[in-house]
Design a protein around this ligand. Structure first.
Ligand SMILES: C[S@@+](CC[C@H](N)C(=O)[O-])C[C@H]1O[C@@H](n2cnc3c(N)ncnc32)[C@H](O)[C@@H]1O
Length: 270
């Protein structure tokens, strides 16, 4: 991924083609390993305001479209738009339905007209966008007055066990970087949207071993894409050192991997 500090650092901007290619490659394996993504998107759905009845919704960064189908069930009378930067994800999602249109596009520059929808739902996608202010501004432009943006994202603290274990093993950047929660707060407050709810919630998953975790990240397309990541093969000695460091953290349920999830619900003023 990218350096998500604010303002974005030119030297560490995301290579969007790389993000798109990584998720496109992961489309076939994604659903089998998306336990956290299901839990987080489900929680985001529960956090939607009770009384909304959007005529048109947008699933921003829809991936394989699991939540398009959930939104279609929740709002059967509405029309759905599904948008993702990864064409391979859309190819996978399209035949499964849920949305009326599947659109290749970038959350930072939406190919949609002003006031196009009443709900934007985005689960675990915007952590890949280096310019989060642009995401908020585009969401605000595309929403109708009174419309709702609900997003879930990841912030600093995510995958720290893996990050620290790699640091102990070889001192290199092997894990994606994330914005601090305070940056989400600042940018949401400055967006012109009304913040109805903004919260950080830790989710901890457990793995039998380090390999299961790193394989899962790869299958999700969410392995390290940071600028400055080490190139080439990961040497055997470094892997042994990584495993040794991570094993120090073992709990009764297995090796913990913490995801610091940001949940937000914002409304465009009338
Ligand atoms: C972890 S997946 C989540 C997919 C889906 N929302 C879910 O919860 O299962 C992240 C998705 O965000 C998409 N994505 C990343 N950067 C994006 C951008 N700038 N604009 C649109 N989609 C983007 C990726 O291609 C990927 O499909």
């Amino acid at each position: 991924m990218t350096d998500l500090s604010h303002p974005p650092l030119p030297g560490a901007l995301p290579d969007k083609r790389q993000v798109a290619a990584s998720f496109s490659r992961a489309a076939a394996s994604y659903d089998s390993v998306a336990e956290l993504q299901r839990a987080v998107g489900g929680e985001l759905l529960r956090r939607l305001p009770q009384k909304i009845a959007p005529r048109r919704w947008l699933d921003l960064g829809c991936g394989t479209g699991y939540f398009c189908r959930a939104l279609d069930q929740a709002f059967p009378a509405s029309q759905g738009l599904a948008l993702d930067i990864a064409e391979g994800m859309l190819k996978h999602a399209r035949p499964l339905g849920g949305a009326e249109h599947f659109i290749v596009g970038d959350a930072e520059r939406l190919p949609l007209r002003d006031g196009n929808c009443e709900l934007i739902f985005s689960s675990l996608a915007v952590q890949w966008c280096s310019d989060f202010a642009a995401v908020l501004s585009e969401a605000s432009r595309v929403l109708q007055p009174g419309g709702v943006l609900a997003f879930a994202s990841l912030c600093v603290g995510t995958l720290d066990e893996l990050r620290e274990s790699w640091r102990a093993a070889d001192g290199m950047v092997h894990v994606n970087r994330f914005r601090p929660f305070s940056t989400y707060q600042q940018l949401c407050d400055a967006s012109g949207l009304r913040v109805l709810n903004l919260e950080q919630v830790p989710h901890v998953l457990h793995y039998p071993d380090v390999r299961s975790l790193t394989h899962e990240l790869k299958a999700l397309g969410a392995h390290n894409l940071n600028p400055g990541r080490p190139g080439g093969l990961t040497g055997r000695a470094r892997i042994v050192a990584l495993v040794e460091a991570y094993e120090q953290l073992r709990q009764a349920q297995g090796l913990p991997a913490t995801y610091q999830v940001v949940y937000a619900v914002l409304e465009k003023p009338l």
